[in-house]
Design a protein. Structure first.
Lengths: 623, 407
């Protein structure tokens, strides 16, 4: 399958040499799809078939470079690669971007699309169109990209290419015959796909003589090299050792290195119109090289930036606390470090009476939360407690003052006039027999049906407006279990709505435990209160006195449980003369006691917090 | 903090095995000997003691040779502690099942003690025994050899409870053995009980207590069943075959025992021990609780002399091998620091009827003692007189009180 291995712009052809490439020979495209439909695997075959990687260097999902991506088998960061390709006698340069499929990382797709003229819309031939297929397709169409529809995994016995080609044709308005068929596993159809990319996707257009303008579409911190900035050149040319200027801030930097990824970074002389590559200036924070910013040259700056791109906004907040309070400085350090690389992350210090010092961290979604948490724990070796995730509320008081609440314990006291909560437009795709079950679920989550379409006779697309707060818990799990795993979900921000929301407090012996407070719809306050009080009754060890557990809205108690007083706490056995064992046991118990958090007089073990908070935590990894 | 100084296994017994500091109070501190007998006919499902059912443990470690091996360690003890040997005030032979050895062997061990050490004329000499492993004849032999006290593992008078505990004796056998002991001339007899066994009812427990009271004993030990990790009982509970003993039930049983025993003239003198008057207390156990000195003979046995604790290798074969090679059987030891000692003093002393002087507590500990009085866990009268003594309710929460009173 390898065509002309070893051939690339490094040795030979001038038409495809970076900085000297004729834009007419360039095709910039990304691969977009629903999660797991095989983008990264198809990218592997492209690396092979274009000969930029040798068989012995190959590993599955080559572009999933982070440990966490490889462990979870999902893509989190978009990755670009420059590929050489020949059609007949003509040489071309393909700049390919592999994107993530998970809804939390949609912003990675958006920024990738901004660097391309076309998109390969990949659909698993055994699954058909799913929710993120549509979401990503619409994003690509909004960006006026040329779409090449492709069915993947045609090697699978369960593949139904005819059926799904019809589905795709129906959605994008093409002929079913136009849908290409490939296998990322065997490589079948991949050369034909690359040929189609050359034939169908427009070459980039730009003014080679105009002042240089390049758009930053990604910015990554590397501990050895500092920030690596990925750009797509629109006009002019950027060459090594020039001084560049960030158009948003006016800051200028020396270019230490400029290069292309193929599939590892390779320094080059420069980048010209339509080309995609990276540069390094020595800055240490991705915020100094912001995604969406326009780069120009200091000595001949452009007048207008290319058009903005805003940072993704956090959708979900959670408090992160070190289990061992003395590790707070470590946590701060680790967050600072992660922040260098994750423009989507926001955090500020907060204190909890129950959990001590920690941070309120904003995330794009639950998978993002899970991944950040895992990276913090792994890379800094800290064990963390995360509080139940919540969304951002806007509370308007009767006197007109307004509060933005990212933490339930900041819910304002006093007379509240109205409360607004964020809502999302959700798309659910599933076999039509599950329509009833899905509608029931969405209704129970305060959803408003927006519309319904049949993708084919047997598959339906449901559109709902739902409060974000209702889907960040166990919505996806509930959806999967009601549809035997066949439903897919996508959602996007859709503003806010006024709702009857209340804060439920949990009190131990009359003392509120801030970490357990939650904002819920008033109709659900009771069930939340009963659930949490019941759970805590199991988790809080018996004390020397009775401990009442109450759930309350304001001063109204809505649920109550009691932890009975402990009557026996003594070990009586003859250990003979083995006093050491007895002392060690006592020391262990005392250690355990030290790790208890005091809520008033009540000793609550860390594990109880972890368990109480984690069981209500959703499993976000949609694998 | 304590420091653990491993003894070189090859080093011969020499006075240098014991730091001078540890010897300092040797002549004035009560001294006892413990002799561990690591054999049982079968292993009870709840038991995690260092005991073996096989009789093929290797040279020197088999039952027939065991007394000789134990005597070899007694010799080493006398060498290390000498030349000014402390007077032995108590001897306790425990297990395992000491009475699996012929009574003559136990007699020989005791004779060796007398030969090697000065012995107090009023020495207390106890042996543990399983009810089914003694006869009038073996008891007579033990008595004649100088044993003064017998401690029998009765556990329960309910047949189904004994079955869950894997005990081999009939419900009535323990009381019968106690009578035989008295007839053989034993002045002090104890019965061990276990309460809270899965399936045991309040009525079963009442019947067990009644059976104890009907027997001629002056001492009772009653232990809440502990589910020890790695035992058959723990596995059966994990599999759901048996329920875990419930703490509230255990508390009820304890109160029931204390009420019944008190009514019959037994007073508690340690959290799980009751006796008819002070003379019937087990002096050997008191020695442990007072942090006095003792030497433990046998595999896995623990010793304490003047702030140094050490313990022997656990397996009888390894133990016998060391001794046969003229080496020390010690596995490891620790030298107690001030903090360890302070902690142990409270941990051990608080469990006693006489409690401990408030001066044994730190300043913070004394403040918390006052709080414990307010919470009904320490006796107000004793507190006013300068001592920390558990109340009836406090006894059931003794470990919590100890944690509270220590820093
Ligand atoms: N049989 C078969 N399996 C494939 C094919 N392409 C991908 N897979 C498998 O599908 C799974 C997902 O593949 P990926 O390439 O990681 O999918 P992805 O779209 O990059 O996933 P995300 O980046 O997480 O959205 C892996 O187990 C692949 O081995 C194919 O053509 N045939
Ligand atoms: C050293 S043991 C053995 C004595 C003798 N072998 C016997 O079983 O009769 C002394 C006592 O400890 C108690 N014991 C042993 N294991 C126990 C456990 N897991 N929980 C509570 N008490 C226990 C029993 O009452 C036993 O009689
Ligand atoms: S007889 Fe005693 S020492 Fe032996 S296994 Fe049973 S309880 Fe343990
Ligand atoms: Mg991928």
């Amino acid at each position: 399958m390898l065509r002309d291995p070893g051939r690339s712009w490094d040795h030979g052809s001038t038409v495809t040499t970076p900085a000297a490439t004729d834009p007419a020979r360039i095709r910039n495209f990304c691969i977009i799809a629903h999660i797991d439909h095989g983008k990264s695997t198809l990218a592997d075959r492209m690396l092979e078939v274009t000969g930029i990687i040798e068989a012995r260097q190959m590993r599955a999902q080559y572009l999933d470079r982070m440990d966490i991506e490889r462990e979870r088998g999902i893509t989190i960061k978009a990755q670009n690669v420059r590929l050489p390709w020949r059609v007949g006698d003509s040489e071309y340069v393909l700049d390919m971007i592999d994107t993530p499929g998970h809804v939390d990382f949609t912003y990675e797709v958006s920024r990738s699309l901004a660097a391309c003229e076309g998109a390969v819309l990949l659909v698993d031939a055994a699954q058909g169109i799913e929710a993120q297929t549509l979401a990503n397709l619409y994003l690509a169409l909004e960006n006026d990209l040329t779409i090449i529809p492709v069915l993947n995994k045609i090697d699978l016995p369960a593949a139904q290419p005819e059926r799904y080609a019809a589905e795709i044709a129906h959605i994008i308005g093409c002929d079913p015959e136009d849908v290409l068929r490939v296998s990322g596993k065997t490589g079948e159809g991949v050369p034909e796909l690359l040929d189609a990319i050359v034939a169908q996707i427009p070459a980039p257009e730009g003014d080679a003589d105009a002042p240089a303008r390049a758009m930053i579409f990604d910015s990554v911190y590397d501990i050895y090299r500092g920030v690596i900035t990925y750009v797509r050149v629109v006009d002019g040319r950027i060459a090594s050792r020039e001084r560049i200027k960030m158009m948003s801030t006016g800051a200028t930097h020396e270019l230490l290195e400029i290069g292309v990824i193929s599939p590892e970074p390779k320094p080059v002389d420069g980048l010209g119109v339509g080309e995609v590559g990276y540069f390094i200036t020595g800055v240490k924070d991705v915020r100094q090289s912001r995604v969406g910013d326009t780069v120009t040259l200091q000595h001949r700056p452009a007048a207008e930036p290319i058009g903005g791109y805003s940072d993704p906004k956090p959708m979900v907040y959670s408090g992160l606390y070190p289990i061992d309070g003395s590790e707070y400085p470590l946590l701060r350090e680790a967050l600072d470090k992660l922040l260098l690389n994750d423009a989507a992350l926001t955090y500020e210090p907060e204190t909890s009476a129950a959990l001590g010092f920690g941070f309120r961290v904003g995330f794009l979604g639950l998978l993002h939360l899970e991944i950040v948490r895992e990276r913090l724990e792994r890379e800094a070796g800290i064990s963390l407690i995360s509080t139940a995730p919540n969304v951002v509320y806007r509370v308007v008081m009767e006197d007109g003052t307004e509060h933005t609440v990212t933490n339930p314990s900041d819910w304002p006291e006093g007379k509240i006039d109205r409360v607004y909560e964020p809502i999302v437009n959700a798309t659910i795709i599933a076999p039509s027999e599950y329509t009833g079950a899905i509608m029931e679920l969405c209704q129970s989550r305060r959803g408003q049906l927006g519309g319904m379409d049949y993708l084919s006779e047997s598959r339906v697309e449901l559109r709902y407006t739902l409060p974000l707060g209702e889907i960040i818990f166990d919505f996806f799990d509930a959806l999967k279990s009601r549809t035997r795993g066949y439903a897919s979900l996508d959602y996007a921000e859709a503003g806010e709505q006024e709702s009857s929301l209340v804060k439920v407090d949990i009190l131990l012996q009359g003392e509120p435990v801030d970490a357990f407070s939650a904002i819920v719809h008033k109709d659900k306050a009771y069930s939340y209160g009963v659930m949490m009080a019941g759970k805590l009754r199991e988790l809080i060890p018996r004390q020397q006195f009775e401990v009442p557990i109450q759930a309350a809205v304001g001063s109204r108690v809505i649920a109550r449980e009691t932890v009975r007083a402990i009557r026996k706490d003594v070990l009586a056995k003859c250990y003979g003369g083995d006093i050491t064992r007895k002392r060690k046991l006592l020391e262990k118990q005392k250690e355990g006691k030290k790790r208890m958090k005091m809520v008033g007089r009540v000793e609550v073990p860390q594990e109880a917090f972890v368990a109480a908070l984690s069981t209500s935590e959703p499993s976000a990894a949609k694998k | 903090m304590n420091t653990v100084l491993p003894l070189l296994p090859g080093s011969p017994a020499s006075p240098s095995d014991l730091p001078d500091a540890a010897r300092e109070h040797l002549p004035t501190t009560p001294f006892g000997l413990y002799v561990h007998v690591p054999f049982c006919a079968t292993r009870c499902g709840y038991c995690d003691f260092n005991t073996y059912t096989s009789d093929e443990l290797g040279p020197g470690a088999n039952r027939a040779e065991y007394a000789g091996t134990a005597i070899a360690e007694l010799r080493r003890a006398a060498e290390v502690l000498g030349p000014d040997l402390p007077t032995v005030s108590t001897v306790f032979v425990g297990g395992g099942t000491p009475t699996l050895l012929p009574a003559e062997d136990l007699a020989a061990v005791l004779a060796a003690v007398r030969e090697l050490f000065p012995v107090d004329p009023a020495v207390e000499v106890t042996t543990e025994a399983n009810p089914e492993s003694v006869t009038p004849a073996s008891l007579a032999t033990l008595r004649a050899a100088g044993f003064t006290r017998l401690s029998l593992g009765m556990q329960s008078a309910a047949e189904h409870v004994l079955a869950v505990l894997d005990r081999r004796h009939t419900p009535g056998r323990a009381a019968q053995a106690a009578r035989e002991a008295v007839e053989a001339g034993f002045g002090h007899v104890n019965l061990d009980l276990i309460y809270g066994t899965p399936g045991e009812t309040d009525a079963d427990w009442a019947a067990s207590l009644d059976a104890v009271l009907a027997a001629p004993v002056d001492h009772v030990s009653a232990y809440a069943l502990i589910v020890e990790e790695g035992t058959r009982l723990a596995r059966r509970i994990a599999r759901g075959e048996l329920p875990l003993p419930d703490d509230d039930v255990l508390a009820d049983r304890y109160v029931q025992a204390d009420t019944v025993l008190r009514g019959a003239g037994f007073d508690w003198y340690e959290v799980s021990n009751w006796s008819r008057g002070e003379a019937a207390r087990c002096r050997h156990n008191e020695l442990y609780w007072a942090n006095a000195n003792w030497w433990g003979i046998g595999p896995g046995a623990h010793s304490h002399v003047g702030g140094v604790r050490w313990w022997n290798v656990k397996h009888p074969a390894a133990y016998a091998q060391r001794l046969a090679a003229g080496e020390s059987p010690v596995a490891d030891r620790e030298v107690l620091g001030d903090a360890d000692r302070a902690l142990e003093t409270v941990m051990l002393g608080l469990r006693l009827r006489d409690g401990l002087p408030l001066t044994a507590l730190s300043d913070a500990g004394r403040l918390r003692a006052a709080d414990a009085v307010a919470r009904g866990l320490l006796d107000p009268g004793a507190h006013a007189a300068g001592r920390a003594v558990l109340t009836d309710r406090g006894r059931l929460l003794a470990d919590a009180v100890v944690r509270d009173l220590t820093d």
